[in-house]
Design a protein around this ligand. Structure first.
Ligand code: ATP
Length: 488
């Protein structure tokens, strides 16, 4: 599949539009149309149901070292600026940027080898005689804003570049206000913002996007096992929703790729069609973060010392006194186990997924072209989005074969019954083959047709999007039939 075909389908059928398109668009920002919003919502809901709401804290899932609890959170997007100073984002969350003085192009320094210079014929930046690249320089990716009507620079705050910090700064609130006991996880879904130097590849690298993050708090002695559990659990989640096969892979980071505080990090990656052969793009990172985050918010911004241990970064002030560069909250974020009485700083495992990148991968995976018979029985090429029924934007469509003989009335009755439980679509316009085609493009897994036989024996046909198989079901059983097949 060519990426252009998918982008065109997304626009034509209302999955995705460029933000502010009538004004020429704004690079790095996207709007989800009626089908897109349902698809993304279903993905976020499947994540929340499978990771949080449906989690049974009384039973240890396969591979988990023990039982555990999961709770949810919805923190604010703008937080106290000190949060970002202590987390390290204020000083360190930057990419290296390179400009071309000749063509005014701008790229991330680490993307130069895959970027294209605007000069034609296409070459890499720096490869033309005329190219005049600057040295790489730092560019902080956080969006800055001013809080308050009279605010000045000292009132500057940031749009969060990740949802995770909202969880860390609420760790104590959650321990105090609920009865959760370590090991437990806090989950959050929400918008994040990064002023990416070169947003590109459709929604893959956007400036505004949604994350689905879990911070899982555990005892340091079991943290490696929990890391392995979450890594495998998250990989299995994508597979269960249809992202299987060789386009999906789990990649463990090499030792030298790991952050200084981590014993392990893995990325779940997908071979997006816009990448070169053999290249993969990150959908989710699962990181063992040790006690780095909770310590940072207690003590202040941490750095690695000569012995390789984390310590608070100090700076010298006027009288030669040394003070923390970014002072922590001073709050006690340690945890006391009330059965053993041990007090410790929990270690954190962080599965951090992108809802938009996930949605894009499911869109890419779903896109198929095959052959199906038209109304005259002749084979025609069809475009079909083979979404897993759980995430399909529309679960079923209901058609009267013709607009007479009581068929629309019978079809509308079925539609109304289905509508109470699912997103469904009613269509009585045009040839039935054309109506099937439109639903195939939208990825609707089931089409229900009311025909002449319905009026005689009360049955309707149900058509499967992928196999094109058709079977008859009693009208009264349609809701249960669809429910059973979606949950299968
Ligand atoms: P990359 O290396 O691609 O910039 P990252 O390693 O910085 O990604 P994380 O900070 O680990 O990403 O963020 C967790 C997840 O959030 C990513 O796996 C991705 O799904 C999503 N994400 C991060 N940046 C973006 C973005 N600019 N647009 C869309 N999704 C993003």
């Amino acid at each position: 599949m060519e990426m252009d075909q998918l982008v065109a389908l997304c626009r034509r059928r209302g999955f995705l539009f460029q933000s502010s398109e009538i004004y020429g668009g704004l690079n790095g920002f996207w709007d989800y149309g009626p089908l897109g919003v349902e698809l993304k919502r279903n993905i976020k809901e499947a994540w929340w149901r499978d990771m949080v709401a449906g989690h049974n804290e009384l039973v240890a899932p396969p591979g988990a070292p023990s039982t555990y609890e999961m709770v949810g959170l919805d923190a604010s997007i703008i937080m106290h600026p000190q949060v970002w100073k202590c987390s390290g984002h204020y000083d360190l969350f930057h990419d290296m940027m390179v400009d071309c003085r000749a063509c005014k192009g701008r790229w991330r320094a680490d993307h130069l080898r895959s970027a294209e210079c605007p000069h034609k014929p296409s070459k890499r930046p720096g490869e033309f005689e005329k190219c005049s690249l600057t040295d790489p320089r730092e560019f902080n990716l956080m969006f800055k804003t001013i809080v308050g009507a009279m605010g000045g620079e000292e009132d500057a705050a940031f749009l969060r570049p990740e949802t995770a910090q909202g969880i860390f700064v609420n760790f104590k609130n959650l321990c105090d206000s609920t009865r959760v006991k370590v090991p437990f996880g806090i989950a959050q879904v929400g918008k994040s913002f990064r002023n990416e130097i070169t947003p590109r590849n459709f929604t893959f690298r956007s400036r505004e996007f949604e994350q689905m993050e879990i911070e899982f708090f555990c005892h340091p002695s079991t943290s490696r096992k929990w890391y392995e559990y979450w890594r495998d659990r998250r990989m299995a989640w994508y597979t269960s929703l249809g992202l299987a096969g060789e386009r999906l892979r789990l990649r463990e980071h090499d030792k030298d790729e790991l952050s200084h505080y981590s014993v392990g990090t893995a990325d779940i990656e997908y071979a997006f069609p816009f990448l070169s052969e053999g290249e993969y793009g990150e959908l989710e990172g699962i990181a063992h973060r040790g006690d780095f985050d909770l310590r940072s918010h207690m003590e202040g911004k941490l750095v690695k010392n000569a012995e390789g241990c984390l310590e608070v970064e100090m700076v010298e002030i006027a009288d030669g006194k040394r003070v923390p560069k970014h002072r922590g909250s001073g709050r006690d974020l340690t945890y006391r186990d009330d059965t053993t009485n041990e007090r410790f700083t929990p270690h954190v495992i962080e599965p951090s997924a992108g809802a938009d990148r996930g949605t894009l991968a499911f869109l890419c995976e779903a896109y198929h072209e095959d052959k199906a018979p038209d109304d005259k029985g002749e084979m025609q090429t069809r475009t079909v989005m083979k979404f897993h029924p759980r995430i399909a934007p529309v679960k079923a469509a209901v058609f009267p074969l013709v607009k007479k003989d009581g068929m629309p009335e019978a079809a509308k009755e079925i539609y109304t019954a289905l509508k109470k439980r699912f997103i469904v679509f009613y269509d009585e316009k045009g040839a039935v083959g054309r109506r099937y085609r439109r639903q195939d493009e939208a990825g609707t897994p089931f089409c229900i047709t009311v025909d002449g036989q319905t009026l005689q024996d009360g049955t309707v046909t149900v058509r499967d999007r992928d196999s094109l198989e058709q079977w008859r079901v009693k009208s009264a059983d349609v809701v249960e039939e669809i429910a059973k097949r979606i949950e299968e």
